[in-house]
Write a protein that binds this ligand. Structure first.
Ligand SMILES: [Zn+2]
Length: 245
């Protein structure tokens, strides 16, 4: 990952001078910085952090056709799909305005605020939440509108689409957390009162319910049962400590 960034011709010079704790977030989130006045203007912000989650997985599935022939041109299949360990890659782009050129960017409020966003989407609890969502066994009835019996590859495409929707739902939840950060900090202009409590709550059961996360029930036990493999409060706190350096 690091090599990819280092070899990129578009790498922003600031990234090479980032202090230690920022480097950790840059690596973890595959962060790029680029000038993009248009996106910032459209978002109505002073700068902007964009993110996406890329999942690499091998799904296993079983399916059966509900009827031997299509009805009204539609084939229906009952699909059961599951997967082992998916790999999740986090990608971020921080968009800055062309007019912004501070002498010490890593000490600027604007960049620090954008890294609060990056910290939210690289929170050690989040990858576990996404994996848990993706790894659940799912059953649904898929429809295919076509004259001939769909092939196994076409069934596989449906499964990919279904999993793609899960990833989109996870991204929507994280965007809601980003919006909450912007609201609480007035887009980074004001300091959040109790910084750690604020960030810790984001991926608690109540934080996920607040964003109407569709899969709260799938992750509830994981977030509340200390015997399960979820980062401790201390680990989460350390993740958000970078601004005190
Ligand atoms: Zn913001």
């Amino acid at each position: 990952m690091q090599m990819g960034r280092a070899q990129s011709p578009k790498i922003h010079p600031w990234l090479a001078q980032a202090p230690g704790e920022f480097v950790r977030l840059i690596d973890r989130g595959n962060v790029q910085v680029k000038v993009d006045d248009e996106r910032i203007r459209l978002a109505g912000k002073s700068a902007l952090t964009l993110f996406q989650f890329v999942a690499d997985f091998d799904s296993k599935f079983k399916y059966e056709w509900i009827d031997a022939k299509p009805k009204n041109g539609v084939w229906k299949a009952r699909i059961i799909a599951w997967m082992d360990q998916p790999k999740i890659r986090l990608e971020h782009t921080i968009c800055i305005p062309s007019t912004y050129n501070p002498t010490e960017p890593w000490k600027s409020k604007l960049i620090q605020h954008e890294f609060d966003h990056v910290a939210i989407s690289t929170d050690p609890r989040l990858v576990k939440i996404i994996k848990r969502v993706l790894q659940r066994r799912r059953t649904w009835v898929a429809q295919f509108e076509q004259p001939t019996l769909p092939s196994e590859n076409e069934v596989r495409d449906q499964i990919r689409q279904e999993i793609g929707l899960d990833i989109k739902n996870c991204e929507r939840m994280v965007q809601a957390q980003y919006d909450r950060l912007d609201k609480e900090s007035s887009d980074g202009l004001s300091t959040i009162g109790n910084r750690f409590d604020f960030f810790f709550e984001l991926y608690s059961v109540s934080g996920l319910e607040r964003c109407q996360f569709e899969y709260v029930d799938e992750v509830r036990a994981m977030l509340t049962d200390k015997r399960l493999d979820i980062p401790t409060k201390k680990e989460v706190e350390q993740h958000y400590l970078f601004l005190s350096l």
